[in-house]
Write a protein that binds this ligand. Sequence first.
Ligand SMILES: Nc1nc2c(ncn2[C@@H]2O[C@H](COP(=O)(O)OP(=O)(O)OP(=O)(O)O)[C@@H](O)[C@H]2O)c(=O)[nH]1
Ligand SMILES: [K+]
Ligand SMILES: [Mg+2]
Length: 472
Amino acid sequence: MRQASGAPAPGSGATIFALSSGQGRCGIAVIRTSGPASGHALRSLTAPRDVPPPRSACLRLLSDPRTGEPLDRALVLWFPGPQSFTGEDCAEFHVHGGPAVVSGVLQALGSVPGLRPAEAGEFTRRAFAHGKLSLTEVEGLADLIHAETEAQRRQALRQLDGELGHLCRSWAETLTKALAHVEAYIDFGEDDNLEEGVLERADSEVRELEVALGAHLRDARRGQRLRSGAHVVVAGPPNAGKSSLVNLLSRKPVSIVSPEPGTTRDVLETPVDLAGFPALLSDTAGLREGVGPVEQEGVRRARERLEQADLILAVLDASDLASPYSCNFLDTVVTPAGAQSPNGSSQRLLLVLNKSDLLLPGGPEPSPDVPPHLLLSCLTGEGLDGLLEALRKELAEVCGDPATGPPLLTRARHQHHLQSCLDALGLYKQAKDLALAAEALRVARGHLTRLTGGGGTEEILDLIFRDFCVGK
Ligand SMILES: Nc1nc2c(ncn2[C@@H]2O[C@H](COP(=O)(O)OP(=O)(O)OP(=O)(O)O)[C@@H](O)[C@H]2O)c(=O)[nH]1
Ligand SMILES: [K+]
Ligand SMILES: [Mg+2]
């Protein structure tokens, strides 16, 4: 059973209607209604004037109830509540997608007593209010509508399927059990009939939960990257072909390419779908010292951007590996990235040797002492498939792979509640008496419940539903 939210949908009672498919000329447009007058609206617009059997499409003539003027011949569907998306009586009109038909049907619906146009996200908000969707599922639905890459779509579908919600509810159950043990001890502590070791059991449940929450919080950055894009920074010495690579990966001429070293100076950012993952790709100035002030500023910005990168795409000219610029780049960027930092993490980096077309066919390996790398020619496109496959693997690490990994925390809100839950568990461990310990467990459980939407405040609901379009 899902948790129904405490908050009723604003204005529930009215029957709402909206165009649910996209705006503009299209083959079929879907208009839907939700609320108690849906059946009446169906009967008012259609001939014959009966509601069709539940959940099956029927062809009907639609006409304006005020004038009797025919509007369209359309498929209509009847979803009596509670077995509908919102949980209320719903009707759908699948009309021909011309603007005149759509506006005619919308105006006709507006003339039916008890009907009014829906606000943004109002259908979903009603579904939430009737316990059809939890808050994390609502967020999954919003993400699904906005998903632009395959990985985002998978992640959103998993969240819509309720995975994160299930996990939170199972964690909340663990806390309920621990709380029951503590309360039993408070009530019957002196009683001989009480099983041995109840408090120890509560302690060990809390410890296991702390480990699970900690692991998810460490993963939180990945879920957010998957929602908003990983930062991939293309860097290398001048003229290595960085801008050529950015243009190749983004499939458009984002950056100026020229034989002149020092062409790119500013950091140029472009959002791209990289092997199914969302990324923000940055082109940067070629790294070299001893040049004019403008280029030097470009180099400073490039270095700054490198520090913030989730993944560095390091580019060298395969035919120019022995040059001082190439050697310096290997020493100052590529080699340090491979080394582990004191906190155990290492900077992710893919090394690409570009301009492979300039190497002699069948010639020797360009440089056996260069760290692991991929060969590529931006000119001929050779090696691009291998690079995309390598990027897919790296980005699956950076963003988390929605095909296999645990459900990700995609929003700061999720992270906040899990962290607060963990903080409350810390208070449980320090509690000086059992009453305080029990209270800490209640606070911890409250955060898990709020994550899935139980007792959500109006402001949070407004924030989440604001992302939706009208008709959803
Ligand atoms: N033969 C060959 N030439 C390439 C290849 N990729 C890029 N070039 C050429 O190399 C030159 C430099 O390319 P850019 O993409 O401007 O290099 P960059 O690293 O962005 O250069 P800066 O912004 O000046 O640091 C241009 O003349 C490109 O046409 C390649 O795969 N093979
Ligand atoms: K150049
Ligand atoms: Mg460039």
